[in-house]
Design a protein around this ligand. Structure first.
Ligand code: ADP
Ligand code: MG
Length: 395
């Protein structure tokens, strides 16, 4: 009994000791490595979460402010307080018979040229303005709903960019589409002005400057001063016209038929408008014009420069025309500031050098050229009061 008692006692004692030791070790393990880090992390998260939650809650009650760059090639959306939240190609794919939409954005762009006859891929924005109203409205509504949570009291206030030369009918179409897409109020802003805000021009001392925004289908050239746009022009020339020029060049000079997609890819790879640019080469595949069979050739950047020369000249002529219309006092400021290039098309290799040589004013590419317009809408939203004279408000 004693032995038994002793045994059990002896047995129990170390057992308990082990158990408590194990428990302590386990607790230490649990608490120390995860606990401390985790606690801090959680506290940090919580703080941010509560701040975010407050902003989110207020935004949901009062509605959101949204900036939209509705471009020929892509749509970018800026949500106030969140930054750029969406960048999608401006493409919609739908059934021809039922008009039922099957894909939007990148997915629809991937389908372009690779679909059966009963499906069509539509580009609702052409030359910077709405060409297919229903599809544009659908696209806008779809994209707005993907970036927004439902506001239960108010709808979003939307600021949309339009090309500088847009007619009142074209502006009306953008406005209607935006309202139909669920906007509470829509404000229109001219694209060059938004681009100027996006590159933070107004923070410079003297803010007279020339902006050249080369998009997919349009080039907006404008002279901006603190009170707004002085002179501007929207040319129907953009990145796509460069692609067209390359397609034509390949057919005429190389007896090779290539598609738009290939033309754009080659442009991004070795495209240049500068005859002094360093030589680069790329393989280009297509269909032989004579035999109809697949063919691959080597193209050099010299070929590209020859193909693009005419199109680049149209933009240069446009810049010269605007300079001729600019009041002489402002020319000095433009010379000081230089010509600022924005938009995807301005990423074309050597365009800044060619423009500098042609007009004699230093031209340079803006940082984040693809995003200046949408960032400008963001700034306009933040400082709506300051810029309200330059905004066309319609509701
Ligand atoms: P939009 O405002 O009309 O939607 P973007 O400013 O998005 O147009 O520019 C799109 C155009 O920029 C397209 O035609 C595209 O081919 C062209 N692009 C984009 N990147 C480059 C590049 N690296 N070099 C030359 N062109 C480019
Ligand atoms: Mg644009």
């Amino acid at each position: 009994m004693r032995t038994l008692f002793g045994l059990t006692k002896n047995k129990k004692k170390p057992k308990n000791k082990n158990a408590s030791e194990k428990r302590r070790v386990r607790r230490r393990k649990e608490v120390q490595p995860i606990g401390v880090v985790d606690k801090k992390y959680r506290r940090l998260q919580k703080k941010n979460q509560s701040e975010n939650a407050f902003v989110e809650r207020m935004a949901r009650i009062w509605g959101y402010d949204i900036g939209v760059d509705l471009g020929t090639t892509s749509v970018l959306i800026y949500v106030k307080g969140r930054g750029i939240v969406l960048h999608e190609p401006t493409y919609v794919a739908r059934y021809v018979a039922t008009k039922e939409v099957i894909a939007v954005g990148e997915e629809a762009r991937a389908m372009n040229g690779r679909v059966p006859d009963d499906i069509e891929v539509i580009r609702p924005i052409r030359d910077g303005v709405i060409a297919d109203y229903d599809t544009a409205e659908y696209l806008l509504r779809y994209l707005l709903t993907t970036v927004l949570r439902k506001s239960f009291l108010f709808k979003p206030r939307v600021l949309i960019c339009v090309p500088s030369g847009a007619s009142s009918v074209e502006k009306r179409a953008v406005l209607e589409a935006s309202l139909q897409a669920g906007a509470r109020k829509t404000v229109l802003v001219e694209e060059p002005l938004a681009a100027a805000l996006g590159v933070e021009l107004d923070q410079a001392e003297s803010s007279v400057a020339m902006i050249v925004d080369i998009g997919g289908g349009t080039t907006d050239i404008a002279v901006i001063c603190p009170t707004g746009v002085v002179v501007s022009q929207s040319l129907r020339v953009g990145g796509e016209q460069f692609d067209e020029a390359l397609i034509n060049y390949c057919r005429r000079r190389k007896q090779l038929i290539i598609g738009h997609h290939t033309a754009e890819e080659v442009k991004k790879q070795i495209g240049t408008v500068d005859r002094l640019a360093s030589e680069r080469e790329a393989m280009v595949s297509g269909r032989d014009l004579v035999t109809g069979l697949p063919k691959t050739i080597i193209m050099s950047s010299k070929d590209m420069q020859r193909a693009y020369a005419g199109t680049a000249q149209l933009i240069i002529e446009g810049v010269k025309t605007i300079l001729e219309k600019t009041p002489p006092e402002m020319i000095a400021d433009i010379v000081d500031h230089g010509i600022i290039l924005t938009g995807g098309g301005s990423l074309m290799n050597g365009f800044d050098h060619v423009l500098t040589r042609s007009v004699g004013i230093c031209s340079y590419l803006a940082d984040g050229a693809l995003y200046s317009v949408v960032l400008g809408t963001g700034r306009a939203l933040q400082e709506m009061e300051k810029f309200k004279d330059n905004l066309e408000e319609l509701q």
